[in-house]
Ligand binder design. Structure first.
Ligand code: PLP
Length: 405
């Protein structure tokens, strides 16, 4: 028996693997603080759960729905993106999916032929690169550098565009660095997309967790509605990761393709979860607001704490719930530093390279954890790193590649 050769090209999200290793360690009696997980530690607000429960128990939402979502949810999403993102979209342009991730998959399947190029942020959410490769495309890394506040260098992006480029993925606020694109960056990216006839996949899943300035959605710019797939969802804003609810705002010419891809893969999204989603968007917003305020306080706590540790420096993230400290002074690969912190310090974070080769020299800590746990984790990280000698050259993307090879 033999696997299809494309399976050699599929990547993964190492956050799930790191969590499994941490759990194995816990099974031996060790105490581990989990800073690897990219999900809010809050519970889903009660009124959202009640709405889904009513849908399940009283309203008969136990059958297939329309492939792209129930009409009242698509209307609520169209109204919500108008309010928060200023995107003008009809409910027909909304495609509801089980989590936002399938929107990435469908975008690549619908647009990328063998050998087509996809420009994506590196470090970045690992699924962009994995999916581009899996569908036969060529992922082209746009490096994010600390010197540029981890923003995409737009001139560099333009230089990476070739006749084979079809898609540019942008993500602001950004996982794993917490960076945000400036309005000027976004306008320039739109100009490149129009000049070179490209589609943009705008991953705005952390849009409501931007802590400075107002996010600008690229789909609001002239000529962009027809060439932008906007991705968002319920996981991060409403603490609903386990519900699997996301959506895309899709240009009209792509809708038949997206609809077919949904029908071929999942048929539709869970019916009663969609009832909960309506409540999330149309109900009180005080809890998501409270989550946001708590993340802002934790951001300060973790960034100050990391910067107080010898050999560590951490820029202030502007959104999402991740800190991305520079640990290159320890002259180990970031994977080695992350392992040391897990096994020696009892703190589970992720190596920057879990997000691509350009993450070398960094770690990602999620601050979606209590202030108390973050404070204890910082003490442990400080003590554990003090036991790691600092000699030789800092780790670089090139040295990490040689270690992996
Ligand atoms: N986009 C980014 C940048 C993410 O970090 C994540 C989740 O970690 C997703 C999309 C996917 O979210 P969902 O849980 O809705 O599939």
């Amino acid at each position: 028996m033999k696997l299809a050769s494309r399976m050699e090209r599929i990547g993964t999200e190492t956050a799930f693997e790191a969590a499994a290793r941490a759990r194995a360690l816990e099974a031996t009696g060790r105490h581990v603080i989990h800073l690897e997980i990219g999900e809010p530690d809050f519970d889903t607000p009660r009124h959202i759960k009640d709405a889904a429960a009513r849908g399940l128990l009283d309203e008969g939402l136990t059958h297939y729905t329309a492939a792209t979502g129930i009409p009242p949810l698509r209307e609520a999403i169209a109204a919500d993106v108008k309010r928060w993102k200023k995107i003008d979209a009809t409910p027909d342009q909304v495609v509801v999916t089980p989590g936002a991730k399938p929107i990435m998959f469908y975008a690549m399947l619908a647009l990328i032929d063998e050998g087509d190029e996809v420009i994506y942020p590196n470090p970045g959410f690992p699924i962009y690169e994995s999916m581009a490769r899996y569908v036969g495309g060529t992922p082209v890394a746009a490096p994010l550098r600390e010197a540029n506040d981890f923003r995409m260098d737009v001139a560099e992006v333009e230089s990476l565009v070739t006749d084979r480029t079809r898609l540019i993925v942008i993500n602001s606020p950004h996982n794993p660095t917490g960076s945000i694109l400036t309005d000027a960056d976004i306008r320039e990216l739109a100009r490149i997309a129009v000049d070179r006839d490209l589609v943009i996949l705008a991953d705005e899943i952390y849009g409501r967790l931007q802590y400075e300035g107002e996010p600008l959605s690229i789909a609001t710019l002239p000529d962009m509605p027809d060439r932008t797939i906007t991705l968002d969802g319920f996981s991060k804003t409403f603490a609903m990761t386990g519900w699997r609810l996301g959506y895309g705002i899709i240009p009209e010419w792509l809708l038949p393709s997206f609809s077919r891809l949904v029908i071929n893969s999942v048929s539709c999204t869970n019916a009663f979860a969609q009832a909960g989603a309506i409540a999330a968007l149309t109900g009180p917003q005080d809890e998501p607001q409270r989550f946001r305020e708590e993340f802002i306080a934790r951001r300060q706590l973790i960034v100050d704490g990391l910067n107080a540790i010898d050999g560590v420096s951490c820029v202030m993230p502007h959104g999402a719930f991740y800190a991305f400290p520079n640990v290159s002074s320890f002259s180990r690969t970031s994977a080695e530093v992350a392992d040391h912190l897990l096994y020696d310090g009892g703190v589970c974070g992720l190596a920057g390279t879990a997000f691509g080769a350009h993450g070398e020299g960094y770690l990602r800590f999620s601050y979606a954890n209590s202030r108390e746990n973050i404070a204890t984790a910082l003490e442990r990280i400080g003590a554990s790193l003090a036991r790691l000698e600092r000699t030789g050259e800092p780790a670089t993307a090139a040295s990490a590649a040689s270690v992996q090879a």
